[in-house]
Ligand binder design. Structure first.
Ligand SMILES: [Zn+2]
Ligand SMILES: [Zn+2]
Ligand SMILES: [Zn+2]
Ligand SMILES: [Zn+2]
Length: 346
């Protein structure tokens, strides 16, 4: 009997590894820093404001970097801005969210039969019998796939990341108390890379196609609003959705729940509308638009259009914005971009 019980504990230990699934505190901290950065604007040291990103073209920045260059741009007390990110191209580089090498485990656990022998509770290590006066004395946790004592598992239920990501299942499952807190703490952390966590779902679910297009528009508008003097307020407007400024396929649990409910798409659409309206009105942001390189129309163009407007196309090398028709004409005739002369074209 001793031996079997020992084995059970051994297995429990193996499963215990999966508690790391959502324990990506570092990423969460980065995002929190980023969101909080606007408030720390005055207090931040000037040394922190100027990261030499010019010399690191391959640098894939974290959200902390986004925060630091936002501070740099917005700081009125800084005298030397030479090392601060200043161009739209640099914003793009800085907003490339780095891929995680460690793939989180997204295996949904099914309930195992109630153990027949006493088990060591994975939380408090107390050895508890499966039954007490004929009453079940253990509770199953669908987050870790293990049995817990009733002190460490009070019967709370929660949505479980693995069920959402793997089965698009938003039902609530029994989870142990610390798992409950962990899921809650990670609710807004954009740590789920859907492209690797569930590529099939990510490719086939129409909602994801829509959110990918919205994210692309967010990364485009970021080239303007991260460089604007008013970036602190503008970026703050995105609040818990600010990771959508970055490329990549990262989502928080909150995002996925709201994507399922429809609220995420509405929210991102609304944000984009407000940002586009800002860019059209703001003197500084308007200055980052350009006139079409092809047709000599004096109208200032941006890499987006307000609803009802005609399309835009950008030079793949330099990002110069053209009327869609003008760019297609240019391409059809094999002519080079009027802005960069086709420099850097492959
Ligand atoms: Zn316990
Ligand atoms: Zn502006
Ligand atoms: Zn044109
Ligand atoms: Zn060009």
């Amino acid at each position: 009997e001793e031996k079997e019980s020992e084995e059970k504990r051994g297995e429990g230990g193996e499963d215990g590894k999966e508690e790391d699934v959502f324990d990506l505190e570092a990423v969460a901290d980065d995002l929190l820093d980023f969101v909080a950065s606007s408030k720390e604007l005055e207090r931040s040291s000037s040394a922190n404001l100027h990261r030499p990103l010019h010399n690191e073209p391959q640098h894939a920045a974290s959200f902390a970097d986004m925060a630091s260059f936002t501070k740099g741009e917005a700081s009125s007390s800084s005298n030397d801005r030479s090392n601060t990110i200043r161009s739209q191209k640099e914003v793009k580089q800085a907003l490339t969210q780095q891929e995680d090498d460690d793939l989180p485990l997204y295996t949904p656990h099914s309930q195992t039969p109630l153990p027949t022998l006493s088990v060591s509770c994975p939380s408090c290590q107390t050895v508890v019998p499966p039954k007490k006066f004929l009453r079940t004395n253990l509770r199953f946790c669908f987050y870790t796939g293990q049995w817990y004592c009733r002190g460490c598992h009070k019967g709370k239920t929660s949505m479980v990341p693995a069920y959402i990501v793997t089965n698009w299942n938003f039902k609530k499952f029994l989870v142990n108390d610390s798992a409950y807190e962990e899921i809650l703490a990670g609710w807004d952390s954009p740590v789920i890379d859907m492209a690797t966590a569930n590529p099939k779902l990510y490719k086939t679910l129409p909602e994801f196609a829509r959110v990918r297009r919205l994210r692309q528009r967010m990364t485009t508008i970021a080239e303007f609003i991260f460089l604007c003097k008013d970036s602190e307020r503008l970026v703050g407007m995105a609040a818990k959705r600010s990771h959508f400024f970055a490329t990549g396929n990262y989502f928080s649990l909150h995002d996925l729940v709201d994507l399922k409910g429809g609220g995420l798409l509405v929210e991102l659409e609304g944000l984009l509308k407000r940002y586009q309206e800002h860019v059209m009105k703001c003197k500084e942001c308007r200055g980052r638009g350009n006139v079409c390189g092809e047709c000599n129309n004096k109208e200032i163009l941006f890499p987006f259009v307000l609803s009802g407007g005609e399309g835009r196309k950008r030079c793949r090398s330099c990002g110069h914005v053209y009327h869609k028709e003008c760019y297609e004409m240019l391409e059809a005739t094999g002519a080079e971009c009027k802005s960069c002369g086709g420099e850097g074209k492959e």
